[in-house]
Design a protein around this ligand. Structure first.
Ligand code: PBG
Length: 323
């Protein structure tokens, strides 16, 4: 009871606050998402994501050098192909845009892990994450496309693969295919609890991957559910996921916490494009203190239980953390 208890005693100075801080951000725990485009002759700014680019292979490699220097240890790569078709051929083409980009990055021998996003929606003409049959995404035929994609990305040099499609059984299918091709050491970071979220809007503009009909609610999760997220996570772990992800992050902190408490593998959270855009546009309008908000948001995601955070602010934040 007051005056015995004075919680302010340990908040009095920066040194004291540093001493008792419970949650820290580290550059090594951040993963930087990047876009690489097949056609553009030069890097193009993404209007809905101020500060982010659709890279050429050359500008991507330069950005990777900057990323490695910043202390960030991993990127996740999204490809935007020249041509799209019904079965997303560009996703698993040997000279596909992601495959070419991975080879170019790996040639530099940077201290940087290259994670590739395994999904069909950037490569299909209909913009869905698998093959369409009878007006809906057909689960089992899509597993072949996803497995081929993962194998071809790893053949190009990807260090980890991250399936984001939300088909049932994709982790098992990808694990089996990688093992069969001699890649039993390559880990899978599964987008296990991925919600059907409006927060992906800017990404879909960036990648030109908005569904051409319908939406993704028959495969991505209902934002109202949290127990179902645990089922998805357990299933993926049983199928061989080495790490699991919750996505988006900020509106799903309770899901991150629940997943953290019921698993013993690394938990990642994706601070997605819409979360990024909200900060950037609010800051441009002068409504918020940009740097403090970014730090607070990322700290809250760590505090909720994320071991790793995918964020478009990764490189900039790593710079702040170094100081
Ligand atoms: C591919 C994929 C998406 C994102 C990551 N992988 C888009 C989607 O599911 O529509 C979104 C990332 C972001 O919004 O930053 N399926």
């Amino acid at each position: 009871m007051f005056p015995t208890h004075r919680p302010r005693r340990i908040r009095r100075t920066p040194l004291l606050r540093d001493l008792v801080r419970e949650t820290q951000l580290h550059p090594e725990d951040l993963i930087y998402p990047m876009f690489v485009q097949e056609t553009a002759p030069r890097p193009e700014p993404i209007n809905s994501m101020p500060g982010q680019m659709r890279h050429t292979v050359d500008s991507l490699v330069a950005e990777c050098e900057k990323t490695a220097e910043s202390g960030v240890r991993a990127i996740i790569l999204f490809g935007i192909p020249e041509k799209k078709d019904a079965v997303g051929t560009g996703a698993y083409a040997e000279d596909g845009i992601v495959q070419r980009a991975v080879r170019a990055i790996k040639e530099r021998k940077l201290p940087l892990l290259v994670i590739t996003d395994v999904c069909m929606c950037e490569y299909t003409s209909h913009g869905h994450c698998g093959e369409i049959k009878d007006g809906d995404v057909a689960n089992d035929p899509s597993l072949d496309l996803l497995s081929k994609t993962a194998v071809s990305q790893v053949q190009a040099g990807a260090d980890l693969v991250a399936p984001s499609d939300m088909m049932d059984g994709r982790v098992a299918a990808i694990r089996k295919s990688l093992d069969r091709e001699g890649f039993s050491d390559v880990a899978i970071l599964s987008y296990a609890a991925k919600y059907a979220s409006a927060f992906y809007g800017p990404f879909r503009e960036a990648a030109g991957s908005a569904p051409q009909f319908g939406d993704r609610q028959s495969y991505q999760m209902d934002p109202a559910n949290v127990r179902e997220a645990l089922k998805e996570v357990y299933t993926d772990i049983e199928e061989g996921a080495d790490m699991v992800m919750v996505k988006p992050a900020l509106a799903y902190l309770d899901v991150i916490r629940a997943v953290k408490e019921s698993t013993n593998i690394p938990v990642a959270a994706y601070n997605v494009s819409g979360e990024y855009a909200m900060i950037e546009f609010a800051a441009k309008a002068g409504a918020i203190d940009r740097e403090r908000i970014i730090r607070e948001v990322l700290t809250s995601i760590r505090r909720a239980g994320a071991d790793l955070i995918l964020t478009y602010h990764a490189v900039e934040v790593a710079g702040w953390l170094k100081q």
